[in-house]
Design a protein around this ligand. Structure first.
Ligand code: DC
Length: 232
């Protein structure tokens, strides 16, 4: 059985940075499931398909060509349907479209196999909203990473500024609150910790502290789940 570490949480909780670093450290694959939803959001915008058009979105999901290509920087370059959109994918437009189409159950179903296909040896670190609750319910460790909306907005602000987006902090706090409400309030696969998830509040923790804590959890769980030791 290929082990999966699920890291779920809201936007700006740090799950992407933590997930990538932990995957790198373990030598495992990494799935950024938010990127899958964002990519479909961009594809919908480009094709003029509305974010509530189930049939149109299912068709786009089936055809979606999403590729991550190693780049010189810390993050891979992203191509959606052949278009380089590493920066666009991280912007508010893609995030908003992703959050809107993510409320539709048939659309989530259409993206399920694509996400599960990322489970390849020797292991997978998967980050998103429903990795532990829906996509990989048998994950050996489920972490639900959270932080206050203000801290998350500040992190998003720093990230987006660094990528050249013209954003303001109050605007991001507002966007984060709206997106949280939609993600947590939806009927299907809402943003909430899986029953057996470990909840970790990173509001007062630095990135390295969170990475270390998750690695420590992986190490202690892995003793009983599979014979892979980290840091030996
Ligand atoms: O993690 P992110 O900000 O890149 O995610 C963008 C949106 O995609 C998020 O607001 C909701 C949706 N999403 C989801 O519904 N399920 C996931 N597993 C990942 C993302």
């Amino acid at each position: 059985m290929i082990p999966v570490l699920a890291i779920d949480g809201p936007s700006g909780s740090g799950k992407g940075a933590v997930g990538m670093a932990v995957a790198e450290r373990l030598g495992w694959h990494y799935l950024d499931s938010g990127a899958v939803y964002r990519a479909l959001g961009l594809a919908a915008i480009w094709a003029g398909v509305a974010c509530d058009d189930e049939a149109g979105l299912k068709r786009l999901a089936a055809e979606l060509d999403l590729r991550f290509v190693r780049s010189a920087g810390p993050e891979p370059a992203v191509f959606v349907n052949g278009r380089e959109c590493s920066v666009l994918l991280r912007g508010s437009e893609a995030a908003d479209a992703a959050s809107r189409l993510a409320v539709l159950s048939p659309v989530r179903q259409a993206l399920l196999d694509r996400q599960r296909a990322a489970r390849r040896p020797p292991g997978l670190v998967a980050d998103g909203r429903d990795m532990g609750s829906q996509v990989f319910p048998d994950a050996f460790l489920k972490v639900f990473l959270t932080a206050s909306p203000e801290v998350r907005a500040q992190r998003r602000y720093d990230q987006l500024k660094a990528k050249g987006f013209g954003v303001t902090l109050p605007q991001l706090i507002q966007e984060i609150r709206e997106r949280d409400e939609r993600d947590a309030g939806r009927a299907v696969a809402p943003l909430k910790p899986a029953q057996d998830a470990v909840v970790l509040d990173s509001s007062a923790l630095g990135l390295q502290d969170v990475i270390d804590r998750v690695l420590a959890m992986v190490n202690s769980r892995s003793q009983s789940s599979f014979p892979h030791r980290i840091g030996d």
